[in-house]
Design a protein around this ligand. Sequence first.
Ligand code: HEC
Length: 97
Amino acid sequence: MRKLIATASLTAILLVSCTPKAATSTATAGTSTSTAEQMAQGKTIFENSCGRCHKLPDPASHNPVQWVGIMNSMAPKAKLTDEQHQWVYDYIVSVKK
Ligand code: HEC
């Protein structure tokens, strides 16, 4: 269990530290990290899909590690594809200060 949590937080930290760079300096196409365009899509999907069953959640209400778990349970509810799941997650985490 410890190990699982450590892995999850490491992933989240990696995602957090990579995301701003992807949005600003990754102008080259063909990379697998979310581009600014994908983040914008993530925002749209979030706003359209995540407020249907409950109030639209506040991205600042949970930390990136908690969002990993929340998105794992909510993405299937919102019927997101793996890609959409990733974009929405990247968007949520990017909003947090
Ligand atoms: C089909 C309905 C449905 C959709 C769509 C949905 N949710 Fe939820 N959500 C729920 C229900 C039901 C709960 C409360 C029970 C639970 O935690 O499973 C919940 C709880 C939550 C919580 C609180 C969890 C906590 O631990 O405090 C968050 C945050 C959340 N959802 C985020 C999202 C996000 C982000 C999306 C979009 C990807 C989303 N939800 C889409 C039904 C939905």
